[in-house]
Design a binder for this molecule. Structure first.
Ligand SMILES: Cc1cc2nc3c(=O)[nH]c(=O)nc-3n(C[C@H](O)[C@H](O)[C@H](O)COP(=O)(O)OP(=O)(O)OC[C@H]3O[C@@H](n4cnc5c(N)ncnc54)[C@H](O)[C@@H]3O)c2cc1C
Length: 315
């Protein structure tokens, strides 16, 4: 069993170090075993220092955003770095610079209060900005990668601003330099123009009304079509070219199909929901069953959108 550099890590200023933490509480699926080491940096400097120590001790680790696109093994993970302690707005001057651990719902609330529009299409996506960018999350035909100007990437040798190109993002994926952590990003965003001046109350009150309306529209569509009352990790599979994964799964008669407490949602066939005590193996096996059945009946091989942290075993 690999020894972990606890004393070096606890000596880092601004780094919260915890041992033996259950990851089920940190995933929207409510599934996952324990991690021996759970690190929460409260500054980018602390993140850099922690990465240096882990690198020198050759400890592999995983990055956790808001855990909303993850299926985590029940057997345990060696080390996890959570970005949840890096969650502030750094600056706003035409571009918005934000820490990667800030969640999308919090950022949207801030945009609403400040009359900034452009990110409403992200409403209802429960991820952090770092996780959203890593996955190039999106909806309604938009994806976050299209709105990002620069990305602060952090590794054991420090941090640097990276300007993404056309090749950096694809459908629900990114091609960022390997092994680097997204620690902050600069997003293009607009102030709501105009109409507020009419009643002389400044930009915010009118913009807020319009923004709220847009956000409510997006949320209503989600509530109508997604099983938001049960734990899940959102869509399990990417849509194959020209088809939607949910309709392929539904056409195979799998809607409502259950493996233990893991179930293909009756409301949206591309969601697997946790009906109570679903575990890693039940969900993983259900994914395999869906893929086999869809391939057998349509010839199409579905590819996972959700990220799977397989067994690392350790304890
Ligand atoms: C109810 C529901 C609805 C959803 N709807 C949508 C939707 O409409 N569109 C959509 O695209 N997704 C959707 N999702 C999926 C998910 O919310 C997004 O993919 C989200 O952006 C993931 O962010 P996260 O912070 O939760 O990432 P996590 O789940 O924590 O991590 C996902 C991956 O990103 C990596 N990662 C996380 N943070 C960083 C970082 N800072 N630097 C480098 N790597 C990082 C992780 O290591 C992991 O590989 C939905 C999920 C749920 C539960």
């Amino acid at each position: 069993m690999q020894s972990l550099p606890y004393s070096e890590l606890t000596g880092i200023k601004g780094l919260k170090v915890e041992r033996d933490v259950g990851l089920d509480a940190f995933t929207t699926f409510r599934i996952g075993g324990r991690t021996r080491l759970f690190l929460t940096p409260l500054s980018i400097q602390a993140l850099e220092d922690a990465l240096r120590v882990l690198d020198q001790a050759e400890v592999p680790f995983r990055i956790l955003g808001n855990g909303s696109n993850l299926l985590v093994s029940d057997k345990g993970i060696r080390a996890v770095i959570s970005l949840s302690g890096l969650s502030s707005i750094i600056s706003f001057n035409g571009n918005l610079t934000v820490h990667a651990g800030m969640t999308i719902p919090r950022l949207l609330r801030w945009c609403l209060e400040n009359g900034l529009e452009g990110l409403e299409y992200l409403a209802g996506i429960p991820g952090s900005l770092g996780g959203a960018l890593f996955m190039n999350a999106g909806a309604c035909g938009c994806a976050i990668g299209d709105y990002v100007e620069e990305i602060l990437l952090t590794g054991p040798d420090g941090s640097f601003w990276f300007r993404p190109s056309r090749e950096t993002f694809g459908y629900r994926m990114s091609n960022l330099p390997r092994g680097m952590i997204i620690s902050a990003l600069r997003i293009r965003i607009d102030a709501c123009p105009g109409e507020a001046d009419i009643d002389g109350h400044g930009l915010v009150p009118c913009s807020r009304k319009r923004l709220l309306q847009k956000i409510r529209q997006v949320m209503k569509k989600r509530l109508d079509t997604q099983p938001l009352n049960k734990p899940s990790a959102g869509c399990v599979f990417k849509n194959p070219e020209g088809r939607s994964a949910w309709s392929l799964i539904a056409d195979c008669g799998l809607q409502g199909f259950r493996n233990g407490d893991a179930q293909v949602s009756e409301k949206h066939a591309n969601f697997i929901v946790n009906c109570g005590r679903a575990d890693f193996v039940q969900v993983r096996d259900l994914i395999t069953i869906i893929k086999e059945k869809v391939q057998e009946q349509t010839g199409i091989l579905l590819k996972e959108e959700l990220v799977i942290w397989e067994d690392e075993i350790i304890h």
